[in-house]
Design a protein around this ligand. Structure first.
Ligand code: D5M
Ligand code: FE
Ligand code: ZN
Length: 541
C-alpha cells in the first residue's frame, strides 16, 4: 500500500494522520484491514491520528487469521464461462395470445407514421439515446479507497436531493455539542433544540423497550437517533428503513446532547409535483428473464410472442397493437447461462453458453425490422456479476444482428423522449427480505421502495455484489418515466407518483429451486406500454 493512499483514506474519513502512524499501517501485512479496524475503533473526537492511537495488538487479536491483502475485493473482471455443446430441441407452435388483463384501455390514437427508418446522429441510435450506462466507464479494481469514494458519492448525490427539503447540520457539530454539554443537565425538561441531520443508515436495532435505534453517518461523523414506538406513523416509516440508505431526520436533542429523538423522517423520494411528460407515438414492449437454454424455457409461448410481434394473429385488436410497436426492451437474463447455481447442468437444454446466445440471436432475428431492440444483462448473463454490469462483450454481441442496442445494467435510455430506467432487479431479493410488506408476488412494491430511496440497490453487502465505481450508478437521477425491472419472475405493474413501474416477469416456468422456496412465477406475460399515455396492457401468451 502506498503511503499517500493511507493518508487519503483517513482524510476522506475526516481525520489527519501522522507520518509515523502511516508508516505503522503501511508496514503491516494487512494494511487495508488495519485501516478499517482503526476507523471503526477510533475516538471520534480525535483530529490527528498518531501512532499511539493504533492498537495493533488488539487488531491482531481480533483478526488472528487475516491473510495478507485479501479483503474488500469485488470481482471486477468480465466473467464468461464455456462448456460442451448439446443439440437444441426446437418446436415451433402456432401463435396463441390473449389480452389477459387490460390495466387501462388501449385507446391510443397514435397511428403508424412513415418514420420507421430512423437515422443515426448526435449520439442517438435509431431514436434510442443512451443517457447513462457503466459500459466502457468502469474504473474500479476493488480497492479500499474506492469503496470510501463510492459511498461518499452515494452520500453526496442522495443528500443533495434531501437538502432541498431539510436544512441539516454536519454530524460533527452535534458531536462537539455533546462533548460540551456532557454531564450538564439543563433544567426544566423540555429544553430541547430542534435539529436536522442527513446521514447514511449504518445501524438499525430495536431497543429493549421496543424503540428503534438508528446510527446515521455523514462524512463528518456518526450519531445515534431514536425513533419512539409511541410515534406510530414515524415508527412504521422507520420499520421500513434499510441499511446504507441515505435519509434526513429532524428531531430534538436529549438534554445531554447524546441522542437525537426523531420527529420527522425525510427520504430522497420524488417531488409530489412533477412536470408532465410529453411522451411519443407508438408502443414499447417490456420483457426480461427469457432464460434461453434452460429446460424450463417456455419456447412455445415465446414463439407465440414472436408471432404476435410479426402481426401473425387473427385477433384484430392484437394485430393493430403489434403494428404500433416501436421498441422491445429486455432487462436481463437473456439466457440461463452456465454454472450460475450448483447442479444447473441438470436443468439445461443447451449446455454451451455461446450456443445459448446463438439461439437467442435466432429468436431476435425474427423480430420485425421496424422494432428497435434494447438489451441489458442480468445475473444469468455472461458479464461480470458485480453491478453495475457492462453490456455484453463483443464476442456475444457479434452473434446478434447489429440493429440491436446493447446497454449495461442498470442503464437509462431515452426512447424517443420517454426515459426508461432499466435494471435487472437483483436487489429486489434484498428488499423482499428486509422491507415489511414487500413480497415476490407484488414486485412493483419493491420498485416503489427503490424510488422512495432514489436508489436501485440500497443495501450493501447482501445479495447484490456492488462494484465500487467512482459514481454511484444506482442513484435514480434524473427521474425516469418508466422503471423497468425483472429478475423475480413475477409480473408487476404499478405507478408511483409520476413513474410507471414495470416488472416484466419471465419466459421460464417454475424451476427446482423456486419449487423449494415456494416462488411461483407468472411466466409468458408481456406488458405493452402506449408511449403517449403510458397506459399499459398485459398480454398473456
Ligand atoms: O432469479 C429468479 C428468482 O429466483 C429470484 O427472485 C432469485 C430466485 N433464485 C433463483 N435461484 C436461486 C438460488 N439458487 N438462490 C437464491 N435465489 C434464487 P434468477 O436470477 O432468474 O435465477
Ligand atoms: Fe431470471
Ligand atoms: Zn435474474
Amino acid at each position: 500500500m502506498k503511503e499517500i493512499k493511507a493518508q487519503e483514506v483517513f482524510l476522506e474519513a475526516g481525520y489527519q494522520i501522522s507520518p509515523k502512524a502511516v508508516e505503522m499501517i503501511t508496514s503491516h501485512s494487512a494494511p487495508n484491514d488495519l485501516i478499517s479496524y482503526i476507523l471503526e475503533n477510533v475516538d471520534e473526537s480525535l483530529f490527528v491520528i498518531e501512532a499511539e492511537h493504533i492498537d495493533i495488538e488488539s487488531f491482531e487479536k481480533e483478526y488472528p487469521d487475516l491473510p495478507k491483502e485479501c479483503l474488500d475485493e469485488v470481482p471486477c473482471s468480465n466473467d464468461t464461462s464455456t462448456s460442451q455443446v448439446s443439440p437444441v430441441p426446437s418446436t415451433r407452435s402456432p401463435a396463441r395470445s390473449s389480452i389477459s388483463s387490460t390495466l387501462s384501455p388501449t385507446s391510443s390514437s397514435a397511428t403508424l407514421r412513415d418514420e420507421r427508418c430512423f437515422s443515426d446522429s448526435n449520439g442517438q441510435v435509431n431514436n434510442i439515446n443512451i443517457m447513462s450506462d457503466i459500459t466502457d466507464m468502469s474504473t474500479c479494481v476493488g480497492e479500499y479507497m474506492e469503496f470510501v469514494q463510492y459511498f461518499r458519492n452515494r452520500y453526496t448525490k442522495l443528500s443533495n436531493i434531501i437538502r432541498g427539503r431539510v436544512t441539516a447540520r454536519p454530524i460533527e457539530s452535534l458531536n462537539k455539542n455533546r462533548k460540551q454539554s456532557s454531564g450538564i443537565r439543563r433544567g426544566g425538561g423540555g429544553d430541547y433544540n430542534e435539529t436536522s441531520i442527513i446521514g447514511m443508515v449504518s445501524e438499525i436495532r430495536t431497543t429493549a423497550n421496543g424503540h428503534k435505534m438508528l446510527q446515521l453517518e455523514d462524512p463528518t461523523g456518526s450519531f445515534p437517533v431514536l425513533v419512539h414506538q409511541a410515534e406510530k406513523d414515524l415508527f412504521e416509516e422507520a420499520s421500513k428503513l434499510v441499511l446504507d440508505e441515505v435519509i434526513g431526520i429532524t428531531g430534538s436533542m436529549t438534554n445531554d446532547g447524546s441522542l437525537l429523538i426523531a420527529k420527522k423522517l425525510v427520504l430522497p423520494d420524488l417531488p409530489n409535483i412533477s412536470n408532465r411528460r410529453e411522451g411519443t407515438w407508438g408502443k414499447a414492449v417490456f420483457t426480461s428473464d427469457i432464460h434461453v437454454g434452460s429446460s424450463t424455457f417456455l419456447e412455445e409461448e415465446w414463439c407465440g410472442f414472436l408471432d404476435f410481434l410479426n402481426g401473425k394473429t387473427d385477433n384484430e385488436q392484437l394485430k393493430k397493437m403489434s403494428e404500433e410497436i416501436r421498441f422491445l426492451v429486455v432487462a436481463g437474463d437473456l439466457v440461463d447461462g452456465i454454472g450460475i447455481f450448483p447442479g444447473q447442468e441438470h436443468e439445461l437444454d443447451i449446455l454451451d453458453i455461446y450456443d445459448q446466445y446463438r439461439k437467442a440471436a435466432e429468436y431476435f432475428d425474427q423480430v420485425p425490422e421496424h422494432i428497435k431492440i434494447i438489451i441489458s444483462p442480468g445475473n444469468h448473463d455472461a458479464v461480470r456479476q458485480a453491478e453495475p454490469q457492462p453490456r455484453f462483450p463483443e464476442r456475444i454481441t457479434s452473434l446478434f444482428s447489429d440493429r440491436i442496442t446493447f446497454v449495461g445494467n442498470p442503464a437509462l435510455v431515452d426512447l424517443d423522449g420517454v426515459k426508461v430506467l432499466m435494471y435487472h432487479g437483483r436487489s429486489i431479493d434484498d428488499l423482499v427480505a428486509s422491507v415489511p410488506g414487500v413480497s415476490y408476488q407484488e414486485p412493483e412494491k419493491a420498485m416503489v421502495e427503490m424510488i422512495k430511496r432514489r436508489h436501485l440497490s440500497p443495501i450493501y453487502g447482501s445479495r447484490v455484489s456492488i462494484a465500487p465505481e467512482k459514481q454511484d450508478h444506482f442513484v435514480i437521477d434524473p427521474i425516469p418515466d418508466i422503471l423497468h425491472c425483472g429478475h423475480v419472475h413475477t409480473v408487476g405493474i404499478g405507478n408511483y407518483k409520476s413513474v410507471l413501474l414495470i416488472n416484466s416477469g419471465t419466459w421460464q416456468s417454475q424451476t427446482e429451486f423456486q419449487k423449494r422456496v415456494n416462488l411461483m412465477p407468472t411466466p409468458a406475460k408481456v406488458p405493452v406500454v402506449d408511449l403517449s399515455t403510458l397506459r399499459t396492457t398485459l398480454l398473456q401468451f
